[in-house]
Ligand binder design. Structure first.
Ligand code: BTN
Length: 246
């Protein structure tokens, strides 16, 4: 069970819900927002039984990972908030551990080419109006072993030793960074681009069954990726594709 007293002490103004296990903290935060949760409310869990990833994928959520969802009462697009959360996680990890994570467009943080964090920002709508966005973050902090099918592409930060600070310190630092950057968004984009290893790479993706390839040449203020291809430049939005690196 997350140490609620410690987390509340680190984030005294944050409305908080914490679980040993839940289906998905994003689902919990969404329901809480619809029931009136204020901006900055936070849901955390030690494990998720139905963790959600981008593009409808599952997100494996065993003990040892950090699973958190932040209620952001913002009308910024989910794509912009995804980039903001990536910078927030990067800053928090650097501040607490001295480690520098890379960003893989759009929502992954990596170390030595392996994914250590995924972000899923989901808009919550009431009719035409966006009530807010649920910013879900899964950070692999200290799982001893990831499932065999993930071991070649993902890693945890501390597989063999306890992390230098409690999990709650990561949660609090990420929350503070994200909430602190929000009023200035998209000012974080310069930092995002500087840390984004996708820029300059040749990437492949699938466009409605058609394999595509090009060179990533830019990311705009909305987090949209610009790609130069043999047939001209194309743009890819946050919710659209999964990139393969060549
Ligand atoms: C991805 O890598 O595709 C995004 C993964 C996002 C996972 C986090 S864990 C906390 C929150 N709750 C969820 O169900 N998903 C997000």
């Amino acid at each position: 069970m997350p140490d609620i007293a410690l987390l509340q002490a680190l984030l005294p103004d944050t409305p908080l819900r914490a679980y040993a296990e839940t289906t998905s903290t994003n689902a919990d935060a969404r329901a809480w927002l619809l029931a009136g949760a204020p901006h900055g409310s936070l849901v955390v869990a030690d494990r998720q039984s139905s963790g959600r990833g981008r593009l409808g994928r599952a997100f494996v959520s065993q003990a040892g990972g950090l699973y958190m969802s932040l209620v952001l009462k913002s009308d910024l697009p989910a794509g912009v908030l995804t980039t903001l959360c990536a910078v927030a996680v990067r800053r928090a990890v650097r501040q607490l551990t001295g480690r520098e994570l890379d960003i893989k467009w759009v929502n992954d943080l990596q170390e030595n080419g392996k994914k250590v964090c995924g972000i899923l920002c989901e808009g919550v709508w009431q009719g035409e109006k966006q009530l807010g966005v649920i910013a879900g973050i899964g950070l692999n902090v200290c799982q001893r072993e990831l499932p065999p099918e993930l071991r070649s592409i993902a890693a945890s930060l501390y597989p063999d030793s306890p992390p230098p600070v409690p999990m709650e310190a990561f949660t609090a630092a990420i929350t503070r960074q994200a909430l602190g950057m929000l009023p200035e968004a998209p000012a974080h984009m310069a930092e995002y681009r500087a840390a984004c290893v996708t820029l300059g790479q040749t990437v492949q993706w699938d466009a409605q069954g058609q394999p595509m390839e090009g060179k990533a040449i830019g990311i705009d203020e909305a987090g949209v990726l610009m790609i130069e291809t043999a047939h001209g430049d194309v743009t890819l939005g946050a919710g659209e594709v999964s990139l393969k690196r060549l």
